[in-house]
Structures are given as structure tokens and as C-alpha cells.
Ligand binder design. Structure first.
Ligand code: SAM
Length: 296
């Protein structure tokens, strides 16, 4: 770390952020989810939750003008930041000048091959975590891409809409529990880090925010014979939340005359056919999907 780095930039203060934005004549694009974080305490909470050591790498999605990137650069060995907005690339070139361990890639995270980029830029790091204040219009697709591509990640620490964080971390039997909670539980252990007020952003978003930590599992907590089919069963079970599990599954996988057969399958999986999808645990879904698959 050189002297300039030790002094620590302060991209994240409201004044510095406003100064940078004004100097470059930058106008925020709502369509790209551009709400910049201007609070050091929250930044420290995010970076702290990621538990980065000096040999670790960080992947940031959407660095904006670099306020979180700067804090990551101080903690991690290498930082790779992917930004879609071309107008921010020269700004980042200036704000992150003191940090030689940061690589900025211009592109849409949903379209890039993350595995290749991680190998190329963070290949020498011991462990890799994703740390980001995500653009809210694509939160779920981004998190699902990170999980489904089975990237070699340790933690995913992201600021997202509070409502989505609640759904990701929800337990069975609660109103927030759904297919997203099960997908997240399949790949990781979720933990709500903190709820964040609107006032820490420029401009302020009109939804509440939260920081969530997803500790990526070495292997799923259940054994399913066919992963894609397991997720199909979960989707089908929540197709109409007010319907029973039997009715939702009947509509998706069986003909009308097959109710008795389906009820038998549910019972042999230990599941009362009158229950609703939101009451089933991930273990029950795993058992059920294995049984249904065997029956089709
Ligand atoms: N990290 C900065 C901060 O905390 O102040 C900015 C966060 S802002 C909520 C989201 C950032 O993601 C913006 O810089 C936006 O341009 C960028 N972004 C939006 N969609 C993206 C995409 N598909 N791929 C990469 N970056 C994207």
C-alpha cells in the first residue's frame, strides 16, 4: 500500500461525490439503477461483512464513481470492477488512480463470461468474494447468475432492495418465503447484515435497502436427482400462492384425472396434499421432486 492509499481517498463523502459528478457533468441514469452510496459507515459495514483478507480478491458489479471500489482496494489483493456505463470509465480512471490493484472492465455483467474474467484478473487470489451495491432493476438476475454459474466464490455481500433481501433470507411459513428463498438456500447461507436508510444515497432511491451476505455453500444442503427439475417443481408449487400444493402440481405436471395418483406421491413424500407451497422446507421439496420425477 503506498502513501496516497494509506491517506485513504474519500470518494464516498457527499461533497466529494457531488464535486466529481459536477466536474464531469455526469447525469444519473435511473434506468441503470444509479444511486451512489455516500456514507462511510455503511461502506465499512459492507466491506467488513465480506471478510476480505490481504490475499483475497473482490469482484464488484457497478462501481459507479468508485466509492466502494476504493474501500475494497484497501482490503483485498486485487479488485475487478465491471461497469456498464461508458461515461463512468474515465471518471473511475481518475478517482482510482492511487490503487494499482484495481481493474475496471466496461460491460454488462449479465452478458460477460465471469468465469473467464475471474481467472484472468483474480486468478492469483486465495478466495474471491462479490461485494457490490447492486443496480436494483437487475438484482435478482445478477445474484442468480452468480449462483447458477457456480463461480468459485466465498461470499456474496450485496446492497439490494430490502424487500428482495427479505425474500432471499425468508424461512418457510412466512409471507416472504418463495422460489427465490429456496434457490438462495440451495446455494448459500443467507444473513441480513443491516437495513440502510434512503439518506445514504445520491440520488435517494424510492425503496428501502438492505445489505445481505450470502455465504456460498461447498455443496447444497439437499440431494436432488435432477437440479433443473427440482427448481421446476419449486416454481410450479408457487405458481398460485393461494392454491394447495396438490392443485399447483396437478396443473403443471399431471392430467385432471391423476389427482389420486399425485396425492399418493405427496403422501409417500410425507407431505399433506392440502398444504400450501409456502409451508414446505427445502428438504421436503427435494424429496418431492425426486418422487415426482420418478413418477413421470
Ligand atoms: N458502487 C457505486 C456506489 O455504491 O456508489 C454505484 C452503485 S449503483 C447502485 C449501480 C451501478 O451499477 C451503477 O454504476 C450502474 O451504472 C451500474 N450498472 C447497472 N447495470 C449494470 C450492468 N448490467 N452491468 C454492470 N454494471 C451495471
Amino acid at each position: 500500500m503506498d502513501k496516497q492509499q494509506q491517506m485513504g481517498g474519500d470518494i464516498s463523502t457527499p461533497n466529494r461525490t457531488r464535486e466529481i459528478v459536477a466536474r464531469y457533468g455526469f447525469s444519473f441514469k435511473k434506468s441503470l439503477g444509479q444511486n451512489f452510496l455516500v456514507d462511510r459507515n455503511i461502506l465499512h459495514k459492507i466491506v467488513g461483512a465480506a471478510d476480505l483478507g490481504p490475499k483475497d480478491g473482490a469482484l464488484e458489479i457497478g462501481p459507479g464513481i468508485g466509492s466502494l471500489t476504493e474501500q475494497l482496494a484497501k482490503q483485498a489483493r486485487d479488485v475487478l470492477a465491471i461497469e456498464i456505463d461508458q461515461r463512468l470509465i474515465p471518471i473511475l480512471g481518475e478517482t482510482l488512480t492511487p490503487y494499482s490493484n484495481v481493474k475496471i472492465v466496461h460491460g454488462d455483467v449479465l452478458k460477460l463470461s465471469l468465469n473467464e474474467l475471474l481467472t484472468e484478473y483474480l486468478g492469483d487470489c486465495e478466495r474471491i468474494s462479490v461485494v457490490a451495491n447492486l443496480p436494483y432493476y437487475v438484482t435478482t438476475p445478477i445474484v442468480m447468475k452468480l449462483l447458477e454459474e457456480r463461480l468459485p466464490l466465498q461470499n456474496i455481500v450485496v446492497m439490494i432492495q430490502k424487500e428482495v433481501a427479505d425474500r432471499m433470507a425468508a424461512d418457510p411459513g412466512t409471507k416472504d418465503y418463495g422460489s427465490l428463498s429456496i434457490a438462495v438456500a440451495y446455494y448459500c447461507e443467507p444473513e441480513l447484515v443491516t437495513v440502510v436508510p434512503h439518506s445514504v444515497f445520491i440520488p435517494q432511491p424510492n425503496v428501502d435497502s438492505a445489505v445481505i451476505k450470502l455465504k456460498v455453500r461447498d455443496k447444497p444442503p439437499v440431494e436432488v436427482e435432477d437440479e433443473a427439475f427440482f427448481f421446476e417443481v419449486v416454481q410450479a408449487a408457487f405458481a398460485q400462492r393461494r392454491k394447495t400444493i396438490a392443485n399447483n402440481l396437478l396443473a403443471r405436471f399431471y392430467g385432471k384425472g391423476e389427482r389420486a395418483r399425485l396425492e399418493k406421491i405427496l403422501e409417500s413424500a410425507g407431505i399433506d396434499p392440502t398444504r400450501r407451497g409456502e409451508t414446505l422446507s427445502i428438504h421436503e421439496y427435494a424429496r418431492l421432486s425426486n418422487q415426482i420425477r420418478g413418477s413421470l
